[in-house]
Design a binder for this molecule. Structure first.
Ligand code: NOJ
Length: 556
């Protein structure tokens, strides 16, 4: 299946996120690689996705899983070469699968040649102006310029030994770029062109809301003042208006290709209406909607998030994105299996709050059957919505979070910088199980870089492949039916219409395609007359009742 030139392919694409170091290891060093992706193209094609999004594969010290990029135009030798990249893209394109890559413009890795130059060049030099250096405070300039904390814990400023500090919103190995610097701006345009010329179809933009900053305050505002400021024009670090100039420039680059390159921003802002600006047609086209990650598993929560996002997408000419899992959050099969909120954890009732509980290892055991049933139901719900779905490797197997990794195996800087207070994100990044045996369950010939738990065997691709009711086969069927339905004019041209549903359920239609979700775990919801084309539950039973935590697709 050759790729068509449809410029709007991304608007309703099913995109599969690959975390390359944990997908498939072809060269046997325990780390997944690009050749591993190429080998698995038949698997991806059979899954029925439209595009892959690759998390960073660039040379990196791996201080933050590759989001510390030392060279934006090369491949980490542990993962492959540029020639491997070209082979991978060719194989994916040949299979009709587009390629989105991750671009990390807020910060580089500390091994980047420009950062090394900045350290060597000294205060006041043009090399330092590419990053965010400030003099230290106090008589000997030994105190950080402000009390800001990095996302992973600890100070956001690192001293370099000559009275200056550099800003790093994340790990000290991730110095923040100064995107007001014309050389840095030009460099990212060069990087976008480099990969676009190689045939990459789109870009996922890391920390998209933070690329422009206002550090003119003297003294800088305190962490408490920053914290109390909503993201937006008045915030020194997040969602400043000038950031949009960058994406307008990038859009001109994207549109100079045929078909135009696509963009999706990782935009964490407080106000969904401001997020939508990044997703406008003059900017990135899409921004991740993380609201379902933060919402509970319930009809009212889902409907509120869906309605708001569809309205915003319509108003801005964007298309919605639906996300339940990625490499940064607790896998949704685990999230949905955590105990329901009790009065005592009301303030931590959001998913995010409950994530911290599981991350801190306070609540490692979950109701795995309920979590998986809800995960399957939620996935079928988002796949029926207008817009695109972003799926994270392993969710198609129903994998849940690995909560009991030994501390010695952990890699996430969040674990180290918080001194173990947060266990971090490694539990969502354990290498995939492809087979029920072998040194790494088919991930590769050697032991994997993060240990796989014993229960992974039951979720191996080979095991699920043979089971018609497996989550893998559900995803395959769902993506295939979705693709067929989206090809129909009566679906494509119909707006989503909400239908009445019993208490605790949600129902909508798009033309003849109807989706009914029973969020409750108390009682079943009787299915209307038509035969469902797909049901998330393993067993519908004869009485045509959609049981607890289940979704049905019906065709009128
Ligand atoms: C968001 C990425 O998804 C996450 O994995 C990373 O740690 C931060 N940005 C910093 O790059």
């Amino acid at each position: 299946m050759a790729l068509d030139r449809n410029p709007d392919w991304w608007r309703d694409a099913a995109v599969y996120q690959i975390y390359p170091r944990s997908f498939a290891d072809a060269n046997g060093d325990g780390i997944g690689d690009l050749a591993g992706v190429t080998d698995r193209v038949p698997y991806l094609a059979k899954l029925g996705i439209d595009a892959v999004w690759l998390s960073p594969f660039y040379p990196s010290a791996l201080a933050d899983g590759g989001y510390d990029v030392d060279d934006y135009c090369d491949v980490d030798p542990r993962i492959g070469t540029l020639a491997d990249f070209d082979r991978m893209v060719a194989a994916l394109h040949q299979a009709g699968i587009r390629v989105i890559i991750d671009i990390v413009p807020n910060h580089s890795g500390s091994g980047h040649r420009w950062f090394k130059e900045a350290l060597a060049a000294g205060p006041g030099s043009p090399a330092r102006a590419r990053y965010i250096f400030r003099d230290g405070l106090g008589p000997d300039r030994s105190q950080a310029p402000s009390d800001w904390r990095g996302m992973f814990g600890g100070s956001a400023w690192e001293p370099v030994g000559d009275g200056q500090f550099y800003l790093h919103l994340f790990d000290p190995a991730q110095p923040d770029w100064n995107l007001d610097n014309p050389e840095v701006r030009a460099e990212f345009v060069r990087v976008l062109r480099f990969w676009s010329d190689k045939g990459v179809d789109g870009f996922r933009v890391d920390v998209a809301q933070s690329l422009t900053k206002d550090l003119s305050g003297d003294p800088l505002p305190s962490a408490a003042e920053v914290e109390a400021t909503p993201a937006g024009p008045g915030h020194p670090l997040y969602d400043r208006d000038e950031v949009h100039d960058i994406y307008k420039e990038w859009r001109r680059v994207f549109n100079s290709y045929d078909p135009p390159r696509a963009g999706v921003g990782e935009v964490w802002v407080d106000d969904p209406a401001r997020r939508a600006i990044y997703a406008g047609p003059e900017e990135l086209g899409q921004a991740f909607n993380f609201d379902l990650l933060l919402a509970g598993f319930g009809a009212a929560d889902f409907r509120r998030v869906i309605e708001r996002d569809l309205d915003l997408a319509a108003a801005t000419g964007s298309s919605s994105t639906w996300v339940l899992s990625n490499h940064d959050v607790i896998r949704h099969a685990s999230r949905y299996g955590l105990p329901a909120a009790t009065a005592a954890d009301q303030q931590e009732r959001t998913t995010q709050g409950r994530e911290w509980l599981i991350r801190r290892g306070r609540s490692p055991q979950e109701d795995t059957a309920l979590g998986l049933a809800r995960a399957r139901a939620a996935t079928l719900a988002i796949m029926a919505l207008p817009g695109s779905v972003y799926l994270y490797q392993g969710e198609e197997l129903g994998l849940r979070e690995v909560t009991d990794l030994p501390d010695a195996a952990r890699q996430d800087p969040a674990f180290f910088r918080s001194e173990g207070y947060e266990v971090g994100r490694d539990g969502a990044r354990v290498p995939l199980p492809w087979a029920a045996g072998g040194p790494s369950l088919g991930f590769g010939p050697a032991a994997p870089h993060l240990p796989q738990p014993d229960w992974y065997k039951g979720y191996a691709v080979a095991v699920e492949d043979a089971d018609p009711d497996s989550t893998l086969n559900l995803y395959r069927r769902a993506l295939s039916v979705r693709r067929q339905l989206l090809a129909r004019a009566d679906v494509r041209e119909s707006e989503l219409v909400w239908l009445d549903a019993p208490e605790g359920a949600m129902q909508f239609r798009r033309g003849p395609w109807r989706c009914l979700v029973n969020f409750t775990n108390r009682e079943g919801v009787a299915l209307p007359g038509e035969r469902p084309v797909l049901v998330s539950a393993k067993d519908l039973g004869d009485n045509r009742v959609l049981g607890e935590a289940a979704t049905a697709w019906l065709l009128d």
